[in-house]
Design a protein around this ligand. Structure first.
Ligand code: ADP
Length: 515
């Protein structure tokens, strides 16, 4: 059957081979195992159900919340000579009847429907009389309350599956699923966890860099000048910083465009087109820029500040190197970024999401402090189990030797314990530095007060962040996040585990084109 699938791939879609992960997913579906496929945007999820749909007898139902994309999908299938149709609120009753008649007559291989439609009893009855070998659930994270886009109508999908005497095979697809979301999808749709395929997140032409404590504006100016033959995007967190960066690049004589939500629509479109048509070299933008942009020759994406979570970061950074050529993704981090994001999260309307958002923010902060391979950190964050070091990120290529910092780590951990594990990292750093700040007077009697005097509070803060990213300290999220010692941290305190960190040297501006 896999051979037939490969034939279909070639004959209908014109591709010679399956991409990473596609083949395994398709094989699993062809063996009629219910499957969860987690693959990044652009990874090729559609073929994972379209190819099996063409291998099976009957009509495959595709449930998708994106009404505006249904027509495009169906048009694309038509242009490949595949009979497909859609039913959503944009059609009239008589158009819907016509589609259903075609489906009943076996003329439609793939039927796209919006989830709301499933709430209609008479429609469900009509579906129950069809021969349906496969149900594909696109944007499957919408079924989970833990996902970022929960849709109550998705909950009706589980009951849909019992409409038929022979239960159709199910394939759920999504680009973002944290472990709790994946778990939820599997339990609500009765998918075996072992039939989950998380794949394709690795982008081996991208080299990731995190730079802490740089003079960010100077770095960007120099980088852009050094790479004047290349096209890049610079993301900043606020409209104000977009404007400021834009102005300073303009002054340097760089061909630059800008994009943010505070600009009028006409101006935004003009700026976007200037970038798409290669009239400018750099786009400076907030995260409002980039959706649906398909510019393949972006050689670098620089983040002027840390974004709010790994999902946003990877989506934005992933706009580099769509053509497969080597490209750089650089994140310039400063500890104030965390405060900015914390503030923005705190402003959000939906209070119930705040704990989840803070947890995601912590993973983003950890990314900025880890010393592990950055590509591995990313793919593991998205749930891929197997990942090898990329060999090209700023950590894999870092040749500074690692030193044993177990003693300093023990000092920090024991200070956290002595402070009752109910304070945040800033206060802890001040206590360790022996700061004169009035707020910490109460801690003067602690044996750990000033025990790391050789470092300043900022360096200690960074060291604490490093210990958090190593999971030796854990963060209790909240309005005032506190830190406590993990089980692994306890092992360090007991001398059963060592801690290694790279020797700190002064940051230097990296010049890509310099000899
Ligand atoms: P997703 O739904 O995961 O965002 P799509 O299914 O839209 O991604 O696929 C993204 C692009 O990749 C499409 O243009 C598609 O035709 C192309 N593509 C998918 N699979 C293959 C393949 N095996 N070989 C070549 N191109 C592919």
């Amino acid at each position: 059957m896999l051979q037939q699938a490969a034939q279909i791939l070639k004959n209908y879609f014109g591709y010679d081979s399956f991409r990473t992960g596609q083949q395994q997913v398709i094989e699993n579906v062809l063996n009629m195992h219910d499957t969860l496929c987690v693959m990044p945007t652009g990874g090729g999820k559609s073929l994972c159900y379209q190819v099996p749909a063409l291998c099976f007898e009957g009509t495959t139902i595709v449930i998708s919340p994106l009404i505006s994309l249904m027509k495009d999908q169906v048009d694309l299938l038509h242009s490949n000579g595949i009979n497909a149709a859609y039913i959503n609120s944009s059609l009239t009753f008589s158009q819907i009847d016509q589609v259903m008649t075609d489906v009943e007559n076996g003329l439609v291989k793939l039927l796209y429907i919006a989830p709301e439609r499933l709430e209609n009893e008479s429609f469900r009855y009509k579906l129950s009389r069809l021969s349906v070998p496969l149900i594909a659930i696109d944007e499957a994270h919408c079924i989970s309350q833990w996902g970022h886009d929960f849709r109550p109508s998705y909950r009706t999908i589980s009951s849909l599956l019992s409409l038929w005497e022979v239960k159709p095979t199910v394939i759920a697809l999504t680009a973002t699923a944290t472990p709790s979301v994946s778990h939820d999808i599997c339990s609500l749709l009765n998918i075996n966890e072992s039939d989950t395929f998380i794949t394709g997140f690795e982008r081996d032409n991208l080299s990731f860099k995190v730079l802490v404590g740089e003079n960010r504006e100077r770095y960007i100016k120099q980088y852009v000048k050094n790479n004047s033959n290349e096209v890049g995007i610079i993301y900043a967190a606020t409209r104000k910083s977009v404007e400021a960066l834009y102005e300073s690049l303009l002054k340097l004589g760089i061909r630059v465009a800008k994009y943010h939500g505070g600009m009028g629509e006409t101006e935004r479109t003009t700026e976007q087109n200037r970038f798409l048509q290669d009239e400018v070299q750099v786009m400076v933008a907030t995260n409002a820029f980039g959706m649906g942009i398909n510019k393949t020759n972006v050689r670098y994406v620089i983040h002027f500040q840390m974004p709010r979570n790994m999902e946003s970061y990877y989506q934005e950074a992933g706009r580099a190197g769509r053509d497969g050529l080597p490209s750089e993704c650089i994140l310039l981090y400063s500890s104030s970024d965390e405060q900015t994001q914390r503030f923005l999260i705190d402003q959000s309307q939906d209070r119930s999401r705040i704990p989840l958002e803070l947890e995601k923010l912590q993973s983003m902060v950890d990314y900025c402090h880890t010393e592990k391979c950055l590509q591995s950190y990313i793919v593991q964050y998205f749930g891929e189990k197997e990942s090898k070091d990329c060999g090209q990120c700023s950590h894999c290529t870092d040749e500074r030797p690692k030193t044993d910092v177990t003693k300093d780590a023990q000092k920090v951990l024991s200070c956290v314990v002595r402070m009752g594990q109910k304070f945040g990292k800033t206060i802890t750093a001040q206590v360790l530095a022996g700061s004169r700040n009035k707020k910490i007077e109460n801690f003067k009697g602690l044996s750990t007060f000033g025990i790391l005097k050789s470092m300043n509070a900022k360096e200690i803060s960074n060291f604490i962040e490093f210990l958090i990213s190593e999971k030796l300290l854990l963060v209790q999220p909240g309005q005032f996040p506190t830190i406590y010692v993990s089980d692994e941290g306890k092992e360090v305190l007991l001398g059963q585990r060592k801690v290694w960190r790279r020797v700190k040297v002064e940051q230097t501006v990296i010049k890509k084109d310099d000899p």
